[in-house]
Design a protein around this ligand. Sequence first.
Ligand code: 5GP
Ligand code: MG
Length: 184
Amino acid sequence: MNRITIDNLDFEVFIEYSQIKKRIRLMGIDISVKYSNRNPVFIGVLNGCFMFMADLLKQVHIPCELSFVKLASYQGTQQEHINELFGVGMDISGREVIIVEDIIDSGNSLRHTIDALERLNVSSISVCTLLMKPSCLKHTFDNIMYVGFEIEKEFVVGYGLDYNGQCRNLPDIYKNVSLPQNEK
Ligand code: 5GP
Ligand code: MG
């Protein structure tokens, strides 16, 4: 299945699961070396991370813990924008945290996630993302440790990433081929 259409948008295969698995295997080995004896806590940011988190953690062969969070963004009563992190569900103070993200686009959501985790007095935070769009970044980060694949300004789906809620279950990553580059 090289080409799919979802709600009138056309997508074609961009990164095959076999390639994703190879990249993840290397990331897992590297994390296992770097974090041996540090008992890290992996924190996956839902929903997009679910497949990546599962495959990555199968390649991490050291003692570790994991949890999932959700970032909710809403308008407060004073019209201010509030971002809240839900679901940590464990005491992570003093722990070495590895944030697991599906994709970093502008970096806004990563910025909020890092700020919220820092308030929980963790001892360190590094970031492991499957995809990143460097040309779209609006923040600078000094703790992005692993990027699976750097991509152009594309809209991608599959392997956890959705379009209108669809496609998260696809093992390969697809890119949108319907829109001209400047309208993505
Ligand atoms: P940010 O701009 O804050 O870095 O990205 C926020 C969120 O937008 C990501 O976690 C992801 O859910 C979504 N996103 C960004 N780029 C894409 C993309 O190309 N495809 C899909 N499906 N979601 C994206
Ligand atoms: Mg995300």
